[in-house]
Ligand binder design. Sequence first.
Ligand SMILES: [Zn+2]
Length: 268
Amino acid sequence: MPELPEMETYREFLNHNILHKTITNVEINREKSINTGVQTFIEAVKGANITFVKRRAKHLIFELSSGKFLLLHLMLGGLMFLGTTKNSPDRTKQIILSFGELQLNFIGLRLGYLHLLSQVELDEKLSDLGPEPFELQRDVFLDRLERKKGALKPLLVDQSFIAGIGNCYSDEICFQARLHPLRKASDLKEEERNNLYDSIKPVLARAVQFGGYMDFPMYEGDEKTGRYNENTYVYEREGEKCPRCGGTIERVEHSYKSFYCPSCQMKV
Ligand SMILES: [Zn+2]
């Protein structure tokens, strides 16, 4: 599932390519992906333009010139492709927003959605999310961590604890902090708590630099998206060598699967 770096990569790209262009056509091929009737959705979106694309957690928010918002969550398997009818991938598109020749395709929206919302509805929908990692202050993080008892892995992927982190980056952050993903938050020493905080932003910022891990290009000729795949530390690298100590990376299944190095991510 795309996490903060993947959605941030999309956000930057879309902000450069679709802002202030009129939405000339709206095609809905899967009604379950939207939250209104098809006609209502089309009438609200067609003819408007997108004034800004923001990100909150794993969501993108398309701000429309009409004052409404489109809230996107790609969930598992969802992706976007910006192109034309000539170069768009041969995949089923659940939703297509056209800007003249240019088309923004939403693909693989099985659990994912694009919801039309007012400001009030948007705020309500996002109200349970925890703080954004890049805006998170050390004292706030340490204070929130102190009140938690469970293991690090489920905690880091808990969107109400910290927003935007999922399976991949929680493992990468634990690796960077030299902490076993099943360590209990309540058992961490002060230095370890600080190491955890100090690992969050660098891991996510590095992943944004590499264009996240999405393995599908965002446009024709896209060589940026997905380069994090070749640059992960431990995620999905079971049996490979640890880039820090040379130990063998293992995978552990708890409530989530986690990848870690048993040699340099100490359990106790
Ligand atoms: Zn190691």
